[in-house]
Design a protein around this ligand. Structure first.
Ligand code: F55
Length: 836
């Protein structure tokens, strides 16, 4: 090293070695600098929103420090990495989460306070990042939090939609969808990486030629767009590690098709290129039924192609070649949405890196694993062969090749069994040939997992029965979990403080099993009354939110009963609303004496219907109509209130979950893969009324079945009950409430006919069957609520038994049982300021 170089390196070292300091003045300096130099407002005048922005940028600076050092550490240690591929990440807000994880919340609160701003107020100015539909997207975000906290060498990959999940408004009781252009006022959390850009190709044709006695295929695409990386730092809780969520945005290609500009019509060429951006512009808001939309397939390919190019590029940059690639990389497919990535990796290995089929296939099957999130057949993705052929001709060819070899294997194992081949083939034959993405994912993955025990068993017996017979060892279970940071410690500070005090430590926040220590306090009267106080505080916050959003005044003395989730027939919001109508009808026919005995209830329902899901939209209207009627009936008063909370999202959930006392998870047994909000509610001392479905089964097991209200048919009984529907003796109360709807008691009788027909006809989701048991369970709820000490005991036992449902546990199981990756914890920098 020359004298000059040494000097420069010393200087850089000193400069780089100064971390942002953790004292009030330094924080204020940093915030005010961002007001002036980043958002270009005057340091003397900035409003709450600008204070939020500057605080976010200041927090981001710290995330960047930690991100850079973590990535450098991963690079130097070179452990096996895992990449979580998901078309959805339901992030929600980031400010408080980052400050808490970095252990800087108190410092920033104080710094802002002295400047005249309140952190609790300005944090409300952040828009949710709603890049997901529901459970699947939120799970991906919880996993990132846990992967960072568990110090895993992991990254998330996804799409940077410009329009996230639509914003729901309710007009005259009907759902309206409004665009969520969430980036309008900027996104301080992301770091644009214009130099991390990859070309992604579409359409065109494949040509073949001989080279050194081998067939070489060349894809000549007809369209190309660029994928630009946006990095979103994900800090772990109380660790020096910060991992990355890399989201891709589509831009017109810089190079492709430049000739067309010189062919005359310059303006038309520019305009045509603008279409490129539409690829990443909008999140599809359908969370169940698969729709064969070409743009959706384009999104999927755009996403995985950019992701795999990035992973391969980084790997070869570090290792000089792709040697040992499959020992050093694990790729998790979040449902089948990124499954075209299997064909894309094969293509890249064979056509770009010139590997042979065998080596490519060996590597591909070694890196991929796949998570299934549903047993509903209508949700299974299938793409028309014709569409795939046109959009991705080389991939279609590779899929045929994979299928050909797979069918050979099938014959070798089971002999000539045409029916089986027909069922299992990756290509579904018929008038319109289809590619079954789940079959492709199953054939190419070394592991497939369901998301709760019952669900993982069911997929082996139903949708993947044949594949289970063929590859029994591939099948695993990974029961979902949620991050206890966002969903308990941060969203419910009074409960956090009470738990800290009681356990004498906050270690439970990253070792949730420690909550078990609460069990010995469950009968302590003193502790119980503090527990009740904490719940009352959260109920008051929720009541204020309800007033703000629905204009309805609710009493915090009433039992707060909640069902918030996407609206779907299988989740049975209809069972809930029929139960509410029954309750209403009873109350209005009571004497004053009888009324004195009633437990007052506030029934809170929220959730979005997919814009094309007509029946779900009618259900929202029915709930609104019932609430109109009930809330304005003087015979009912405070004994029953019904509210539909509009635009249910992550930030609202952070208020609703702590403020609930009873929450409903009442899907027809065997239909809800897991559910994750059930875990969030239980963790916050909210009792569950639910069916033996999804993770409810394991929650009951963990917290004890006398601490949960379970009812209804069991999963193994459901198929038979469906065939016996015609013989069912319908409960009189059921017939009565249905008649109230169809006779126009709530108006709109004709509009509600399809709902009435659904539960009176084939009743696929067995609403009528489960109705009597549901009412019995609701009676038990009322009886129990009257005894505050028993109720509170159950509430404490719920929290105490929730240890298993931390996503930290889930992620550790993925890491050891599927990915084979180990923690890689960056040592805390020796010169880092205190508390860092
Ligand atoms: C989104 C897009 C498509 Cl194309 C299909 C499904 C979805 C989606 O959002 N699915 C979803 O949320 N599934 C849920 O996943 C959760 C996490 O595993 C489960 O808890 C829940 O049971 C399941 O319905």
């Amino acid at each position: 090293m020359s004298e000059d170089e040494r000097h420069r390196s010393d200087l850089l070292y000193t400069l780089m070695d100064t971390y942002i300091k953790n004292d009030v003045l330094s924080v204020q300096e940093s915030i005010v600098n961002h007001v002036e130099y980043t958002i270009a407002r005057s340091r003397y005048h900035f409003d709450d929103f600008e204070a939020y922005q500057a605080t976010a940028y200041s927090t981001r600076d710290r995330l960047i420090e930690s991100w850079n050092d973590t990535q450098q550490y991963f690079h130097d240690q070179d452990p096996k990495r895992v990449y979580y591929l998901s078309m959805e990440f339901l992030v929600g807000r980031s400010l408080l989460n980052a400050l808490y994880n970095l252990n800087l919340k108190g410092l920033y609160r104080e710094a802002l306070e002295q400047l005249g701003y309140n952190l609790e107020i300005i944090k409300e100015r952040e828009r949710d990042a709603a890049l997901g539909n529901g459970g699947l997207g939120r799970l991906a975000s919880c996993f990132l939090d846990s992967m960072a906290t568990e110090n895993l060498p992991a990254w998330g990959y996804g799409l940077r939609y410009q329009y996230g999940m639509f914003r729901q408004t309710i007009q005259d009781g009907f759902q309206r969808e409004n665009p969520d252009y969430w980036l309008t006022l900027g996104n301080p959390w992301e770091i644009e990486r214009p130099n991390v850009t990859y070309p992604v190709s579409f359409y065109g044709h494949v040509s073949a030629r001989e080279e050194d006695g081998r067939q070489i295929f060349v894809w000549n695409p007809a369209e190309q767009v660029d994928a630009v990386a946006y990095d979103n730092p994900i800090p772990g809780y109380r660790t020096a590690n910060t991992i990355n969520l890399r989201l891709w945005s589509a831009k017109p290609s810089r190079e492709f098709d430049l000739e067309s500009f010189n062919s005359g019509d310059y303006v038309a060429s520019i305009l045509e290129k603008q279409n490129a951006e539409s690829i990443s512009s909008v999140l599809y808001p359908d969370d169940r039924t698969y729709k064969g939309k070409e743009l959706r397939l384009k999104q999927q390919h755009f996403f995985v192609s950019a992701t795999l190019q990035d992973i391969l590029r980084r790997y070869t940059a570090q290792h000089g070649s792709l040697e040992n690639f499959s020992d050093k990389v694990a790729l998790q497919l979040n449902d089948t949405h990124p499954t075209i990535g299997i064909a894309e990796l094969m293509r890249l290995l064979m056509d770009v890196y010139k590997w042979g089929w065998t080596a490519s296939w060996e590597a591909t099957t070694k890196v991929f694993s796949f998570t299934n999130h549903t047993v509903l057949p209508e949700a299974l993705e299938q793409w028309p062969v014709e569409l795939l052929q046109e959009l991705l001709p080389r991939h279609m060819q590779i899929i045929y090749d994979i299928n050909w070899r797979f069918l050979q294997e099938l014959r070798a194992k089971f002999g000539n069994d045409q029916a089986r081949e027909y069922r299992m083939s990756i290509i579904q034959e018929g008038d319109e040939k289809m590619v079954r993405m789940a079959h492709l994912a199953l054939v190419a993955s070394h592991t497939v997992n369901g998301v709760a025990e019952i669900h993982s068993e069911l997929i082996k017996q139903t949708i993947f029965e044949d594949f289970y017979e063929m590859y029994p060892k591939k099948f695993q279970n990974k029961t979902n979990g949620v991050t206890p940071r966002r969903w308990l410690a941060f969203c419910n500070p009074p409960l956090r403080n009470l738990i800290n005090e009681t356990l004498g430590t906050d270690a439970w926040i990253s070792r949730l099993d420690l909550l078990e220590g609460l069990k010995s306090h469950a009968d302590d009267g003193e502790f119980q009354s503090r527990w009740v106080e904490v719940k009352q505080l959260a109920k008051a916050k929720l009541a204020a939110k309800i007033k703000e959003l629905c204009g309805v005044e609710v009493s915090t003395d009433a039992l707060f009963d909640v069902q918030v989730k996407r609206i779907h027939e299988y989740k049975r919001q209809v069972l809930n609303i029929l139960g509410i109508i029954h309750r209403y009808d009873q109350i209005r026919n009571m004497s004053e004496e009888e009324k004195a005995d009633v437990v007052p209830r506030v029934c809170i329902i929220g959730g979005k219907a997919a814009p094309g899901y007509e029946l779900a939209k009618r259900i929202i209207k029915l709930i609104s109509a019932v609430s109109q009627r009930v809330n304005n009936d003087p015979a009912v008063g405070d004994l029953l209130k019904v509210v539909f909370i509009p635009d249910y999202n992550v930030s609202l959930a952070e208020v609703i979950v702590p403020g609930s006392e009873l929450s409903q998870h009442i899907s027809t047994a065997g239909t809800e893969a897991s559910g994750t909000s059930n875990m969030k509610f239980a963790m916050n001392g909210c009792l569950i009324i639910g069916t033996m479905d999804g993770a409810n089964v394991e929650i009951a097991e963990e917290i004890g079945d006398d601490n949960i209200f379970i009812f209804g048919a069991l999963a193994h009984e459901v198929p038979k009950l469906r065939t016996e529907r015609a013989d069912l003796k319908v409960d009189d109360r059921f017939a009565h409430v249905v008649r109230l709807i169809s006779s126009g008691e709530f108006g709109y009788a004709d509009f509600f006919t399809p709902i009435v027909d659904a539960v009176q006809g084939s009743d696929y989701y067995l609403v009528a069957n489960d109705f009597p048991a549901y009412l019995r369970a609701q009676d038990a709820v009322d009886r129990t609520y009257k005894n505050s000490s028993i109720w509170t005991r159950m509430s404490i036992m719920s929290v105490a038994g929730c240890g298993k449902f931390s996503s930290d546990r889930t992620i550790r199981q993925y890491a050891t049982e599927i990915w084979g990756v180990e923690p890689c914890e960056r040592p805390r920098p020796p010169n880092a300021p205190e508390g860092y």
